[in-house]
Design a protein around this ligand. Structure first.
Ligand SMILES: [Zn+2]
Ligand SMILES: [Zn+2]
Length: 125
């Protein structure tokens, strides 16, 4: 199989490609800077999102359809306004201190247990 021959490169195409590549690069740098500073930590925690999902994944493409989904912890069923459903409900995300979208630790710390409560309980004799 042979790939379709691309259109011959024009100066106009190169101009547009350069503009897009520069925009994507600048956007990635901007997101990385904001994620590193994490100045919106409070707002991020309110939305139960880890720095990756909050600063990089917001605005991801989703189908516009109300979607029923199941929480990965309590197994409750919920409705979401589009097809990009979370994995944890807000209550479970708060209890587990986890990202509602990707289930990472909310501040990307290494974790040995699902909850602090569990860790505290295990330490007792
Ligand atoms: Zn839940
Ligand atoms: Zn996440």
């Amino acid at each position: 199989m042979k790939a379709r021959a691309p259109d011959q490169l024009s100066l106009e195409e190169m101009y547009h490609r350069t503009h897009h590549a520069r925009t994507f690069r600048d956007s990635a740098i901007d997101k990385a800077r904001r994620a590193e500073a994490d100045a919106e930590r409070g707002k991020r925690h309110e939305q139960h999102l880890c720095p990756w999902c909050y600063y990089f994944m917001r605005g991801r493409i989703a189908g516009q359809a109300f979607t029923e989904w199941t929480c990965a912890h309590c197994r409750g069923t919920f409705m979401h306004h589009n097809t990009a459903t979370p994995r944890l409900c807000p209550a479970c995300a708060a209890t587990l201190e986890a990202c509602a979208d990707c289930c990472a630790d909310i501040d990307l710390r290494d974790r040995r247990t699902l909850t602090k409560a569990l860790r505290r309980r295990k330490k007792k004799p």
